[in-house]
Design a protein around this ligand. Sequence first.
Ligand SMILES: *Cc1c(COP(=O)(O)O)cnc(C)c1O
Length: 494
Amino acid sequence: MKRPEESVVHGSPAQPTDRPAATPDQLPAVDRLLRAPSVQALTTAHGHTLIAAEARALLADLRQQARAGMLAADDVALERLASTLERRVEQRLAPRLRAVINLTGTVIHTNLGRALLPDAALAQVQALMASPNNLEYDLATGGRGDRDSLIEALLCELTGAEAATVVNNNAAAVLLTLAALAARKEVIVSRGELVEIGGAFRMPDVMKSASARLVEVGTTNRTHPQDYERAITARTALLMKVHASNYAVQGFTAAASEAELAPIARTHGLPLVTDLGSGALIDMTAWGLPAEPTPRQMLAAGCDVVSFSGDKLLGGPQAGLIVGRKDLIARIRKHPLKRALRLSKLPLAALEATLRLYLRPERLAQELPTLRLLTRPLADIEATAHALRPIVQTALAPRFGVEVVALHGQIGSGSLPVERLPSAGLAMAPAEKRGAGRALQELATALRELPRPVIGRIQDERLLLDVRCLEDAAAFSNQIGLLRLSNKRKQLPI
Ligand SMILES: *Cc1c(COP(=O)(O)O)cnc(C)c1O
């Protein structure tokens, strides 16, 4: 079994031992193992149930290894078994959801948990979750309160909306909005915006789940305002725009903007709904970042309802925010699905604290990790890369050469997919051309197997570590110090 505190890259794990082999009957009975002093200490710490179950499972595994001739005689010594058991128990109790080091170059990485929570949000979660709170209790009247009311005014202030409500994520926000405003009616959407966000979230399927009928207009690359207008019938519930988050239509293209559609919607008495996806709350260009439409701009352009995520550019917890016209938000809030999709107190506490940071925009780039990482000066990123290079080179010599390189990262989570963030990092290239592909895979695996896994990317026969998101260089160096690479070259298959 591999020690959890180090990661080893060499040979395959279970191989017939060249030391004297143990036979199954050399293994102790469970009771004898449980009576060993160090195992008794484990039982005192964790209780009999877990330790006895793990001891039985360990002995069963070893018995099988012994039968296959894969267990060395010195592995069955009682103290050796006790320490193996201890590691097994530690692993059993260790959470599977773990902190990793994101060196992919993608700041808001959906597979790596998206936005990092600001300290203020962490503090609020810590302070509130072990205590009763006024989640649905009105402190002014002593009567029943509404969880939305805790952040509605703040959201309205930050977006210019009349009303706001929150649910579990933006997918839920879109589903609920359509279910409340368009069930058994028609929704007009451009063909170019029938997007799949990832996994099972495809716009046409979401429509179906909400019992809304999709009416596609225009073509994949070009849709005009008249296309929407011509499709309006007595069965139309609303006009819908979907922000093209994770792809770009380039070349001969045309899309009807919210500002162009708003008068059409108003003339026909229909709501205009926009799914903004990322939804930066502030103008990103103020920080030198690419422009991203804000909910405030969308509402000012005439949208009636705007939905967006809490854990993308907003930089908070997973949440779906719906802002817009008072009567429409009221209908959305009254729909039975709202109860099923509502935000729990844990992300609500984090969301409120995150939103309050926006009241102090001058401090935002410091206090909101997402914005801090996106605006991190290139010179700072390069300095981190240069400081780490010798440490990584020492750990990887002689199998890999390590150099500092210029890189291009991404914002991530579907934001601005064609924009690139100039960045810097380390490139690790195998010293030998032969077996280079496998050497890189081994290195990537070893980095993932560290106690705090390090996640990079393989590109052009090199493993790249983009250090934009590495603010704690010491934590990374510590992990690299635990990396163990074999100098042995593996035998090539015959
Ligand atoms: C990300 C995204 C969604 C889904 O939002 P979640 O918060 O991940 O549920 C929906 N629509 C668009 C346009 C998106 O970019």
